[in-house]
Structure formats: C-alpha cells, structure tokens
Design a protein around this ligand. Sequence first.
Ligand code: NA7
Length: 554
Amino acid sequence: MPALQSNPGDNARAGSFDAVVVGAGFAGMYMLYRLRGLGFSVRVYEHGDDVGGTWYWNRYPGARCDVESMQYSYSFSDELQQEWDWSERYAPQPEILKYANHVADRFDLRRDIQFSTRVESAVFDERANRWSVTTSDGHTVTAQFVILATGCLSNARMPDIKGLSGFKGKVYHTGHWPHEPVDFTGQRVGVIGTGSSGIQSVPVIAEQADHLTVFQRTANFSIPARNLPLTDEERQAFRQNYREIRRFAREEARNGIYTDMPDRGALDDGGNERRERYEARWSRGGLTFMSVYNNLALDKAANDTAADFVRQKIAEIVEDPETARLLQPTSHPIGTKRICIDSDYYAAFNRPNVTLVDIKANPIEEIVPTGVRAGDKLYEVDALVLATGFDAMTGSVAKIDITGRQARTLNQKWAEGPRTYLGLMSNGFPNLFLITGPGSPSVLSNMIVSIEQHVDWIAHCAAYMREHGCETMEANRDAEDTWVAHVNDVAHGTLYPQANSWYMGANIPGKPRIFMPYIGGVGQYRQICNDVAAKGYEGFTMTAAERSKKAAVS
Ligand code: NA7
C-alpha cells in the first residue's frame, strides 16, 4: 500500500486518515462502509448529531419520499434489502430516518463518524499531496482523499423578505424543522412556497391549523402519490425480483426507477387513447406519470398534452374556479421543475380553513410582527412555515472553504457555475471527490441508485490507486471542458432549461444560470463512467508517489 496508511488504527489516532468523508447521509454512510471494507482508514464528519442527512433535517409535516421505498433503499446488501420491512409505498420521513439508523447500527458505522462537527475548510498541500481538513471543533486532520457526501438539497435557503426577523410568532423552515413535535392546533399558519415541501406539508398542516394561508409565487405540477400501506405480498414480490429490479434501475432506466419504459411519443396517439394512458398513470400515481410517453421532456407540443391533462385534473378537484385557475401551472413545461408528488394537495384548497394567495400578482411587501403583507392586504398569522427550498447541488459544497492547487479555491473556480469531469472531480483539486456532484444525474434520478454508483466508482478508484502505487488523481482540464460542454448540450436538447428551476440555480439571486445535473440518464452515464475506469481512468491523471512530489517541487 505505497501511498496509504499501513496501520489505520495508529494513524487515525494521530489525526491522519486515508479518507475524510463529509456528511453522514445515505452517501456518506455507504462511502464509509465501502472504504472500510477495503481496509482504508476513514473519518466521517457530520454536522447533525446523528445519521440520515436530508432525512435528518427535513422533518416537516407530511415529509416523505417521492420514490417508492422498495426502490429508495440500498441495494448493496441483499441481507439488508431482504430483512427491512417498509410499511408504506412512500415511507414517511421518520421511517426513512429509522432505516438510516438501522443501517448505521447493522454495519457498525458510528464508530468512524464524528457528529455535531462541521468541516470548515480543506486545503490541499501540494508538497505532501494530502488534504488538511479543519473542523468546527478546532481540530485539523490530514487525509489523502476528501470525499464530499454533502447532499444536493442540504443547504436550506432563508428567503430575503423584509421584516422576517421582526415576526413575533414562530418561524420554521421545512429543511430545518425542529426535532421536538410542532403543534399548530388553534393557530393561524402561513406557508410560503409551493415546491415539494410546501405541497407535502399543506394538507397535513391544514388538518391541524385553525386557518392556513398558502403564499404561492409559482404554481407547480403535482401528481397524486396514491400512498398506501404495503402488503406482505407486495413486499415479497419486490424481494423475490430484487436482482432484476435493481439491474434495470441501474442499467436501463433513465431515472434509476424500475418501471415500464415508454415506446411511443405523446403525439403518436389520438386524443382518446392519450387521455386513457394519462388517466391510467394518474390513477397509479407517482413520478412515473412522466414516463407514459418518451418525448415529454423533448417536444413542447407533446409536453402540452400532459400539462393540459394535469391542469384539467386540478380544475376538476378544486371547487372554487378562481383558486383552481391560480393552482394551474402555466409558467413552465410539466416536468422541467421537479414534479411534485402529493397526498390531497389540491383537495386541501376545498377546505374552508385554507386560503391561497397569489404572490406573483401581489408580491409579499413585508413581514410584520403579526403577519404577511402582500398586495396592500395584511394576512395575520401566528406561525410561518418557509418552504422556500435550498441552494441546491452546490450550496453545501460552497459553505466549505476548499483550496486546491496554487491556492485557488473551489468557490473561485465555480464562480461562473460548477465545472466537473463526470460530476466526480474538478481540475485543480486532486483527490477531492464529489458524490452526486453537478454534472452527474444526481437529482434527476433515484438518489440512492446514483449514490451507490458513485460510491462504488470512487471505492474502486481508491483501490486501483493503491494497487498501482498512485498518490494523486486529478481530472484533466480538457476532459472537464468536454464534459461540461456535453452536459450543457444534452440539457439544451430538452425542455428543461425553459423553467426557472433550482436545477438551473434560478432560485438563488445572483447564482449563475447553468443546468447542473446530467440528463443523459443513469444507465448511459454509468456506462460512460465504467468505460473511463476500464481505460485506466481516461481523462484523469494519476501520479505515482515519487513523480507527484517532483511535479510539486518544479
Ligand atoms: P423548491 O422546490 O425549491 O420550492 C421552493 C418554493 O418556495 C417555490 O415555490 C418557490 O417559488 C418558493 N419561494 C422561494 N423563495 C421565495 C420567496 N422569497 N418568496 C416567495 N416564495 C418563494 O423547494 P422544496 O423544498 O419544496 O423542494 C426541493 C426538493 O426537495 C424537491 O424538488 C424534491 O426533490 C425534494 P418559485 O418557484 O421560486 O417562484
């Protein structure tokens, strides 16, 4: 093991590791498991005081997975997938967190995780070819590899609304929900934001609150989840076929979800047939609504047929025609913002205690101590729920002060938008890996499928380096430029860039508008990554211990 620790225990005690992993969500936990299995010494730092990542923080009412739980689960251990019982088609957040805890215990992960600790900086030492990692407890450790398992939707965004700090009631952000129960009984509650988090929480808060006012800036498309308890037969059917289900999700599905693949475009069918197909998907519920045809993300006329269908459904569900009109999305093609999956969202607006306020037409002017003023009207509320989203994909990385070669920081390099090769590494930052980074399918896929693929690839790569006596690995500039151009070209061949979405960074004022995830599909992307590895990590430069030292000196 030329460049790595020969005795993990002693070196780890001395603050020197083979790898530092940032984050103990699903990505960080599996990365630890894989590296430890290969004999590397690993320290994981986690800001929260327990495992779970996004599922640790997003505890808002109604929070649940939008990918079916039998598929939104690890596949790396057959024992694990055979023994764990999911209770519902879409598990609620507490159950997903329980699963994360189960995994941590079952694989004895906690002993290498330091909780309640934020990684503040990582500096690459070009002479030693190691990273120095400084944490919020004031300690610095060194590592050959730093692996960012920081999550794509982890940096909750507080909106910049005048007067917010002067509000006299409680303010909650969905992405930073308190650990103790929140009871809205008898209260007037305001929800700002109607993305997935707002759409999931509104029906649940409406049941509790005295009155709920929903402040909507952009109407979103939402498909019913049709959530139900899972039966033993359903669980068994998955378990018996897991091998094929997982293979299909990894290799063939574009989005990492096992489902039937569309074989036709929306305009290949006549109106009646098309409607029947949409009806069938609407009744089935869930994200696969968008897989009914193969051209909904590509062809605006095709997309319009699906969008019209959903708008019609909204009009059928919502009794007040003006409220229905406001809830019908018109600003973007369906699916170009992450489609939402709900349980009775639209029907919640038929309740007498729920009001919809159109803050596109009447923007919020300010928050006053007793409520929200919009369009010259004061909406009095006792509590405010901010479902205003995240600085997605790059936000959590940007919070760490990362300095690579020639004292250049990652934030400087990414000032005009993130640049990576395969979403895995960025030129100038040797041995720094991203899990589900920008430039990879990440948020356009079943995250667990993409996490497992990246973790496996990184683990193989670290083992390969050890075997070949390599000390550093770095993405080549030209490979990175080619990949960034490819990611951009693929995105611009679709309708996605037409939406002001967080995929584009459009929800953060001043953030560069770049389409961040890779739309090529998880199967194709996996093939590309495998080919790169098979060709001796084509597009990367690996440097043996001696050569890399000479390069640093010259
Ligand atoms: P999203 O999808 O980013 O939604 C945020 C919502 O908050 C969206 O409706 C925004 O309107 C609204 N928003 C943001 N800032 C403001 C201000 N300042 N004033 C009014 N309204 C605002 O975040 P979520 O947490 O719902 O979901 C994120 C992902 O998590 C989701 O896609 C799933 O993958 C899981 P806008 O559309 O910008 O007009």
